[in-house]
Design a protein around this ligand. Structure first.
Ligand code: GRF
Length: 201
């Protein structure tokens, strides 16, 4: 399965996917996209000889209007949003129905939606005083964080001392759940049964 990963900056989730790939020949990360001209995530991609593409209106970028055609030319079959902060064009979402996923650092539908990204999420979680948070991997539709949920994993934060403490605990789980889900897609082990997403063993 040819996968494009969309990143914004650090790329730790991209690294986690690439590290997990070794024992799954069905998973081919063949392109990395960002809304940045360059970023640490691109350094990771280059270490694996994976082509990188910048999206935007600046010189050297691919404009969003051309994204759909580029993905088709690259023969991309699946898209993973791992930190990408811009909305994906509607034509791409439509072309990749149930083949584009996002990872969100909280238990959706709580603490999601426009503006809820990065440390903003963990600040809201911390200030709410909830005792459990976690990670959600979900299908992407045409708005922020609202697609059908595929997988979630939670973490006890009853003893959390700061939003940064929560972010650190959640990121560790992200690095487990996202590669797990992406590999399951590559093995064709994700189903929608009676309107719910089922991950097969
Ligand atoms: C992660 O926390 C993810 O939940 C969110 O963006 C962040 C990306 O981090 N969507 P990284 O670039 O993978 O380190």
């Amino acid at each position: 399965m040819k996968v494009a990963v969309f990143v914004s900056g650090r790329g730790t989730n991209l690294q986690a996917i690439l590290s997990s790939r070794q024992d799954n020949k069905k998973l081919d990360v063949s392109a990395v996209f960002s809304d940045k001209l360059d970023c640490p995530a691109f350094d990771i991609a280059r270490r694996y000889s994976i082509p990188t593409f910048s999206l935007g209106n600046k010189e050297g970028c691919i404009i969003y209007r051309e994204l759909s055609e580029l993905l088709s030319n690259l023969k991309i079959e699946f898209i993973v949003l791992a930190g990408f902060l811009k909305l994906i064009p509607n034509d791409v979402v439509a072309n990749f129905d149930k083949r584009i996923i996002n990872i969100h650092p909280a238990l959706l539908p709580s603490f999601g939606g426009k503006g809820m990204f990065g440390i903003n999420v963990h600040k809201a979680v911390y200030e709410s005083s909830v005792k459990v948070t976690g990670v959600t991997v979900h299908f992407v539709d045409s708005s922020y964080d609202t697609g059908k949920i595929i997988a979630q994993r939670c973490v006890d934060i009853s003893d959390a001392v700061s939003p940064e403490d929560i972010a650190e605990r959640v990121l560790k789980i992200e690095h487990q759940i996202l590669p797990y889900v992406v590999n399951k897609f590559a093995e064709n082990k994700i189903r929608i049964i009676n309107d719910r997403v089922v991950v097969l063993d």
